[in-house]
Design a protein around this ligand. Sequence first.
Ligand SMILES: Nc1nc2c(c(=O)[nH]1)N[C@H]1C(S)=C(S)[C@@H](COP(=O)(O)O)O[C@H]1N2
Ligand SMILES: [Mo]
Length: 323
Amino acid sequence: MARPTIPHIPSSEITPRTVYDGRRDFLKAAGFGLVSGAAIMSGLLPSASHAAQITRQKIERFGKTPYGQEETLTLYEDVTTYNNFYEFGTGKSDPAANAGLLKPHPWTVSIEGQIKKPKTITIEELLRLAPLEERIYRMRCVEGWSMVIPWVGFPLAELIKWAEPTGNAKFVEFVTLNNPMMMPGQNLAVLDWPYTEGLRMDEAMHLLTLLAVGLYGEVLPNQNGAPVRLVVPWKYGFKGIKSIVKIRFTEQMPVSAWMKANSREYGFYSNVNPAVDHPRWSQATERRIGDGLFARRRKTLMFNGYAEQVGQLYTGMDLRKYF
Ligand SMILES: Nc1nc2c(c(=O)[nH]1)N[C@H]1C(S)=C(S)[C@@H](COP(=O)(O)O)O[C@H]1N2
Ligand SMILES: [Mo]
């Protein structure tokens, strides 16, 4: 079956502009402000999906990286219609159907807690913090399915350096938008809204940890967590909190929404680990979306295959205890 290739901008086609100009183009094309009719028009592509009103917006400038070049990408259609985003319903197709209610701009992220000075950053400013790059990551949901997604973003470490946390900052907590008008799933008490997540500071600073603003060379679709979400490829998908409005540096380990909901089943670390089963099912294998329902399940790899890069973060820790 034909697989899509990664959107590719040959370096020969990148005009020698300043980075700043490039970003402005992206901001315009993304509808992130500076609205100019021509720029917007050039950024709009007809949607491939039947949800007719959804527009797809290209990201004009991002660097290529070697991450995941050997992987077969999960189809765009699957990445954007088979989602977990409980703020829009608990069914896999609910987010694609309902996330049109979310207005991802204007958008600001407030940065608080153990930092020199609390700040708020607009999505436009955030996009200027570091050059955007594309990274293809394997993603593993705790439910037992996996995907390969070409993200566009930059390392969370860049934002953390800009935020200037104090020496007391040991963890980072993330919070999703809390707005039942835009997120109708929040009218149901499935989770204690807003959705929250957390990382230890060294996990947050690890260069594999991304703040993503796009996928497949385009601005994040709402159902994938527009306008900005976390991507931590060695952890179960639920650590990848979507539509972030707050980042808080803390001394104490944050309690995530899933820990609150069920601390027996969901711990703070949530590292992909085929040797530590979920209390209700095995984590030894996974179904790669796109392989077909009758395909053999794949073996799940320690740290989702990123052990070489992240294993040392956990030396000496009992990963059965710190699951
Ligand atoms: N705010 C929020 N973030 C969330 C979720 C959610 O329900 N709400 N679901 C998580 C889970 S379980 C997964 S597997 C990933 C799915 O991301 P994707 O739909 O972009 O593949 O998002 C994570 N981030
Ligand atoms: Mo998940």
